[in-house]
Write a protein that binds this ligand. Sequence first.
Ligand code: CP
Ligand code: NVA
Length: 299
Amino acid sequence: MEKDLLSIKNLNKEDILSLIDRAIELKKQARKVNKVLTGYSLGLIFEKASTRTRVSFETAMFRLGGQTIFLSSSDMQIARGETVADTARVLSRYLDGLVVRTYSQDLVEEMAQYSAIPIINGLTDLYHPCQILSDLMTIREKIDSLEDMKVAWIGDGNNMANSWINAANILGFELVLACPEGYQPDSGIMKGSSHNIKVVLDPKEAAYGADAINTDVWYSMGDEGQEADRKDAFQSYQVNQDVVDAASKDVLIMHCLPVHRDEEISAGVIDGPNSIVFDQAENKMHLHMSVLEKLLLDR
Ligand code: CP
Ligand code: NVA
């Protein structure tokens, strides 16, 4: 694997399966894992809010014997004009790895270019690689094969939709995204995508026969001020029982959280028997342990 985890685009099938299977092994070991990162420090620079990603990375590092330093970007000199390059070079002298949550994918790419330590994308406007890996791990626990399945994405063509497209390109499963006009996935990411990936307008067409249905909020961090327009555009894109009925009987209901119940998904569906959203949330911690072992120890 490369030094950084900026998206999953640069991973191959074997990299993904090995990260996931190691995470499943670590999950079984619970608190008895080897403290292989004793003496290691992980920084977290967060420019956007987070509950799961922050806490699961901090706990993952702690379980592996290392420590974390949480850095709110507004408290750093970067907020007063210090360059990304200098920040990356300086932090590389103290830390063994850095998780960055920010708006621009270019910023994490620049950080990676100038740092000597692994940079992990903790979410940008374009991608959420750690989340897609945790989500794939959660599916693998339930239905094992990540190749012979149909996944539906219903809602906004956002950072999570883009990450699902990356995953389907690498693993080859069928992915059908139902997104309203004007909110379809990034055209650059769709360009060159394989024939197993399709964008449609009708949520039921996407859900038809699906093994997993995914959705996400109608307005992501950074979309502030667009709430009213987006609510209008997404009205007929709610994942509700009607949509679920089009899918396979045991369909997995997925959401990276946080959720707005009765907007993008009905409360009955997200809190219903097929929902695996809290497994997805838990698995972020195990998957992050696997990523940290791989990136920090392999250097
Ligand atoms: N799913 C996810 O990334 O959650 P947080 O925004 O709480 O980190
Ligand atoms: N698409 C959401 C995901 C949050 C984890 C956002 O970017 O806000």
